[in-house]
Design a protein around this ligand. Structure first.
Ligand code: COD
Length: 163
């Protein structure tokens, strides 16, 4: 059985992430989507909220499981017996960072964990979580960028922040 893990901050999940999740779920028998619990950052959504959002967004994909992790990705992957990391590539600007991370993870896992890259679908190439947060904070239209229920949750977060 081919199992893989797609990791990220997913703060918030975008249609670009969803596209990678759908496509990876067609390639692998089981896809674990795992949210990094990064205590150094102040996210828009807590890890618990992001896990719930991902569960809702992927409920029609039976071979996708949602989880979270902290610490080194390779330690988490080895603990879960996962040997393939899925990552998305949007542009050359992603490439350098992603290549360095893939090579570091291969070194740290003594060659046991490889990274597979899926290139973005062109219609999502411009999408990033940080751009979406910026647009929403100025009441711009994010509905083409994220699932509808996620757009409502993001607007609500910014409404609360402004109170
Ligand atoms: N289209 C396609 N792919 C996309 C799009 C899009 N529109 N937007 C984002 N993606 C891809 C990104 O390129 C990335 O591959 C993935 O989706 C997740 O993106 P983000 O931005 O939500 O998450 P990142 O990149 O911040 O996640 C980084 C990790 C959490 C994976 C990383 O920091 C990590 O593994 N940390 C653990 C510590 C560790 O092990 N460090 C050592 C390795 S260097």
């Amino acid at each position: 059985m081919k199992r893989a893990v797609y990791t990220g901050s997913f703060d918030p999940i975008t249609n670009g992430h969803m596209d990678i999740i759908r496509r990876a779920s067609e390639i692998f028998d089981v896809l674990i989507v795992s949210v990094l619990n990064n205590k150094e950052k102040t996210p828009l959504f807590s890890v618990e909220e992001r896990v719930k959002i991902l569960e809702e967004a992927t409920k029609d994909l039976p071979n996708v499981q949602i989880d979270s992790f902290s610490g080194l990705l390779v330690d988490y992957a080895q603990e879960k017996d996962l040997h393939v990391i899925v990552r998305g590539l949007r542009a050359i600007t992603d490439f350098e960072y992603e290549l360095q991370m893939a090579q570091t993870n291969r070194m740290l896992s003594h060659g046991k964990i490889d990274t597979v890259f899926l290139t973005t679908s062109l219609e999502y190439a411009y999408l990033s979580s940080s751009a979406i947060k910026q647009i929403a904070s100025f009441d711009g239209d994010i509905t083409p960028c994220v699932p509808d229920f996620v757009a409502d949750l993001i607007y609500e977060k910014y409404r609360q922040k402004k109170l």
